[in-house]
Design a binder for this molecule. Structure first.
Ligand SMILES: Cc1cc2nc3c(=O)[nH]c(=O)nc-3n(C[C@H](O)[C@H](O)[C@H](O)COP(=O)(O)OP(=O)(O)OC[C@H]3O[C@@H](n4cnc5c(N)ncnc54)[C@H](O)[C@@H]3O)c2cc1C
Length: 317
């Protein structure tokens, strides 16, 4: 997502852009994520993250419309609202201060705070749509093309070695997610694993995203339910385990016992790019004029992506 939205912002500015991707675009964290366009518990994040996330939320409706219009792929942007079962007081205060609509709700499952403006996106579709949109704009998208080297020379030429070939570039922007440090050891980025469980229910049964105690349930329009996620600082491991899956399934089952009966449709894990201080790293590398980074978006990279691309371009002058 970060590479795709950065390429889009650059192409819109008239730059000649090449996107090189080790595997296939939009298959890693940006595929694995839940697609909630809101930092769950935004009040727990820095002002910088909150600002980028709020700006991302403003940019999303137009981005989703554009992707649909220009690629024919509907990224499924819907304002399904988010129902929060904890942090009630802090959340209410934050909502008042940020002009975020919020209403207290009650029901058999317990009381909570509903934030009706919170949206979600089908992130795998958004990535597929963005790729098609970029190709339509003339961006070169090279997949199965891993960057193995980067260099900046005194004569101002920058080059990447990708897919065994040396490619000259005016500017190089590293958006390699959890793998960014492998390309640029100076970047303090590490992978933080998140496991996700996918259940199947009838469409329309679950009106809102649910959030409690750090876990969420995201209902898709087709009846699928995503439940996530773990936060595991254990390196480049993308396996899932039965214990984590059990915990995810049981998390909301106290309120909604129906969850214990629903058939599983899938499970997976993704690697979030986390920086040491949990802030995204957006801008030129220190001491460099031509090598930039746009990475470290940790738990909120889908939400921040369009705003992070905008912020990166601002640093390029
Ligand atoms: C389980 C889970 C749930 C999440 N839920 C949400 C959510 O609901 N909302 C939200 O906003 N965020 C969410 N996130 C966070 C979000 O997914 C990430 O912050 C975001 O996807 C990061 O995007 P990225 O493009 O930096 O990383 P990635 O999507 O991982 O992309 C990095 C890309 O770089 C490529 N690459 C790596 N090394 C090289 C190389 N040497 N050469 C070429 N290509 C290379 C990789 O193949 C990959 O495709 C979630 C994350 C996880 C794991």
């Amino acid at each position: 997502m970060i590479g795709l939205t950065t390429a889009l912002a650059l192409a819109d500015r008239g730059a000649e852009v090449m996107l090189t991707e080790a595997g296939h675009t939009g298959q890693e964290a940006s595929w694995a994520g839940a697609g909630i366009l809101f930092p769950i518990y935004p009040w727990r994040y820095s002002t910088r993250v909150q600002t980028l996330a709020q700006r991302g939320r403003v940019l999303y409706p137009a981005l989703a419309e554009r992707v649909l219009a220009e690629s024919g792929i509907d990224p499924g942007y819907i304002r399904s609202g988010l129902r929060l079962f904890d942090d009630h007081e802090t959340a209410s205060r934050w909502c008042r201060e940020h002009h975020e609509p919020a209403e207290t709700v009650s029901g058999a499952a317990g009381g909570g705070l509903l934030l009706p403006a919170v949206a979600q996106i089908r992130n795998p579709r958004l990535c597929a749509g963005l790729k098609a949109l970029l190709i339509g704009l003339g961006v070169t998208v090279r997949e199965a093309c891993r960057v193995t080297g980067l260099d900046e020379q005194h004569d101002g030429v920058t080059a990447v070695t990708a897919g065994g070939e040396r490619i000259a570039a005016g500017t190089v922007i590293v958006c390699a997610g959890a793998w960014s440090r492998r390309l640029l050891p100076a970047l303090p980025i590490r992978p933080v694993k998140g496991q996700m469980l996918l259940l199947e229910d009838e469409p329309g049964r679950w009106p809102h995203i649910l959030l409690e105690d750090g876990r969420y349930l995201v209902p898709r329009a087709d009846g699928r339910l995503l439940i996530g996620s773990t936060v595991e600082d254990i390196g480049f491991d993308q396996g899932t385990d039965a214990k984590a899956m059990q915990k995810l399934r049981e998390h909301f089952a106290r309120r909604f016992p129906r969850l214990l009966e629903l058939p599983e449709q899938g499970r997976w894990a993704g690697l979030r790019p986390a920086s040491d201080d949990e802030q995204p790293i957006i801008g030129p590398l220190s001491g460099s004029q031509r090598i930039y980074a746009n990475t470290g978006h940790f738990r909120n990279g889908l939400t921040m992506a369009p705003a992070a691309a905008e912020a990166l371009l601002e640093t390029m002058g």
